[in-house]
Design a protein around this ligand. Structure first.
Ligand SMILES: [Zn+2]
Length: 580
């Protein structure tokens, strides 16, 4: 690709003479198992000699064409047989797209040591316990108590650095090996106006041993708006809305927004309002945050949601989950009058302090429509800055690259097209194109003697679906069936066949769901019955013997075809042949 180059701010990697000797020194391998073709399912494997370190174990939420699937986890086939080499699993932060698969994958890998900051570890433990009681006890935990901590995991030397992200205790990771230093901020944003302290910079990382390999979360690469909402502005807006509200204030946000919720609690306490938290995950997270001392506001301000009616309406703030329009979450229940204690009124203020997760646009639209009918004061990001994103924009991607000056650039943790745009940003500020790699899930990239090479073979990264208690037992076939069922319904034909005569006894039964309304399709059904009788007749041998498998196949094909001709729909045809 030919990309115009900005002449200033060029990054010029020092010319280094490649070592000629063909060393037998091991290669450094990086294998992203997820997070390169989607948002979520983040997991990367780092391999050097006989040592493996893993970063993150996230889940991905299902696409629209995956009916009934709860979520997707990374496939770990690549690690089969190498379990004993895994020295540590590092978790960058506690969002589900980074820790969600831990309860399923850690046991499969023999509980390797896990590394993370307090809140991250606490959230993994909680999720483990939710999944299987007592399982958190089996964890071998190494806590990061400061970003100055250094750990040796086999030949890997691992360090950390501070990052800004929308959850407490997010941390950037430095993985040093004899073949290079990987710098991975996890998820990050560049907060220009943080509430406490100075804005973070990353110049210090430029001094790390070379070659420096920057793996950069690049979700914001297509966000070209120059100014990002700062946390200060957002808090000021939220505070004003809460102070001026004439009725209740209902704030929908992400359950993991502990810092924001903590701030709102402090503010409510200051102005003498009470706060009710609602939503299982939100209450759990706040409990964890209070245990760790991250949130200090207590019972004088936080009231149970069933007590809110004991206070004047203008003294009540409700912070709840469900801003993504999830059907059974709190905000949806409030809006549809299904909440036991919270009834919405015209003079209430409802605030969406959240971003739209891609894929949820229409559900959120519907939720907003319903809210606007019931309430005069609905506030969301299109109207006022009531949410600050945890992700960077295009400008900050360029800034961090200039500050770190990597030798290699690997954009990660977003859809393919976004990673390509991030690659262009890097090329734009002078990074040589040959040193930029947009990988796929399962790509294997090797670093040796300051050169990088993507191997031809890939690691298996097929979908592992989680559905209820089942993990990986839903394959492509089941999913295709569900897609067909959800699209065109099903059509069951039950034929009782007389084994002696090779003929259908009586009239075949027909059951259909989600296809056509049977009572109004009598003629169609009559024809189907006639055809089934004919298929059995034709399929019977001269002595009347029938082959049920053959008959079933014929019914499936011929009736399927017939229904398509008549209706242009393809219901799933399920023939049942009973021999008597
Ligand atoms: Zn995150």
């Amino acid at each position: 690709m030919s990309i115009p180059t900005e002449t200033n701010n060029l990054i010029r990697p020092k010319q280094t003479r490649p070592t000629r000797k063909t060393t037998a020194a091991p290669h450094l391998r990086i294998i992203p198992l997820g997070g390169m073709e989607e948002v979520g399912r983040n997991m990367a494997v780092f391999e050097y000699d006989k040592d493996i370190v893993i970063l993150d174990m996230g889940i991905q939420f299902p696409e629209e064409d995956m009916p009934g699937i709860d979520y997707i986890i990374p496939s770990i086939s690549y690690l089969k047989g190498k379990e004993k080499n895994i020295r540590a699993v590092i978790f960058s932060h506690g969002h589900l797209d980074h820790i969600g698969a831990a309860p399923l994958l850690l046991p499969k890998l023999g509980y390797p040591p896990i590394v993370g900051r307090d809140l991250t570890i606490a959230m993994i433990k909680k999720r483990m316990e939710d999944f299987e009681k007592g399982s958190a006890k089996r964890l071998d935990v190494i806590k990061i108590s400061s970003v100055e901590d250094r750990f040796n995991f086999g030949k890997f030397r691992v360090g950390f650095f501070n990052v800004e992200h929308s959850i407490i205790d997010a941390v950037g990771v430095i993985i040093n090996t004899p073949q290079g230093t990987i710098i991975h901020p996890g998820d990050w944003t560049m907060e220009k106006n943080p509430i406490n302290g100075q804005p973070l910079t990353y110049h210090h990382l430029s001094k790390l041993p070379r070659p420096k390999i920057l793996m950069l979360e690049s979700l914001g690469a297509t966000n070209t708006s120059p100014e990002m909402v700062s946390e200060k502005e957002m808090h000021a807006n939220l505070e004003r809305l809460i102070a001026e509200a004439k009725g209740k204030v209902i704030i929908g946000t992400f359950a993991s927004q502990i810092k924001r919720i903590g701030h709102l609690l402090e503010y409510a306490k200051k102005i003498g309002k009470k706060v009710a938290l609602d939503g299982y995950s939100m209450k759990m997270n706040m409990e964890i945050a209070r245990e760790l001392g991250y949130v200090k506001v207590g019972k004088e301000t936080i009231v149970p949601v069933n007590n809110i009616n004991k206070y004047p309406e203008d003294k009540i703030v409700i912070i709840c989950t469900g801003a993504q329009g999830e059907g059974n979450a709190v905000l949806s229940r409030i809006v549809s009058d299904a909440h036991k204690f919270v009834k919405i009124r015209k003079n209430d203020t409802v605030i969406f302090s959240s971003s739209v997760i891609p894929g949820n646009e229409r559900t959120i639209q519907r939720l907003k429509d319903n809210l606007y009918r019931k309430c005069d004061n609905v506030v969301h990001s299109d109207i006022m800055d009531v949410h600050a994103s945890g992700h960077c924009n295009a400008d900050s991607i360029k800034t961090i690259i200039k500050q770190i000056q990597p030798d290699f650039f690997l954009p990660v943790y977003a859809n393919h097209y976004i990673l390509k745009e991030a690659a262009k940003l890097a090329a734009n500020i002078g990074l040589p194109e040959k040193n930029i790699f947009v990988l796929d899930n399962g790509s294997i990239i090797e670093f040796h003697d300051r050169a990088a090479k993507v191997l031809n073979k890939k690691a298996d990264t097929g979908y592992v679906f989680v559905d209820g208690l089942g993990v990986g037992d839903i394959g492509e076939v089941v999913l295709r069936d569900r897609q067909a069922l959800s699209r065109d319904g099903m059509f069951v034909i039950i034929a009782v066949v007389d084994r002696q005569l090779g003929r259908v006894k009586g009239s075949p039964d027909i059951i259909s769901r989600g296809f056509v309304y049977l009572r109004e399709s009598k003629e169609l059904l009559r024809e189907v019955r006639r055809k089934v009788v004919a298929i059995v007749d034709k399929g019977a041998g001269p002595d009347g013997a029938v082959n049920p498998d053959y008959i079933k196949e014929e019914i499936r094909n011929q009736i399927g075809e017939f229904l398509f001709v008549k209706t242009e729909r393809r219901p799933m045809v399920l023939p049942v042949v009973i021999e008597v």
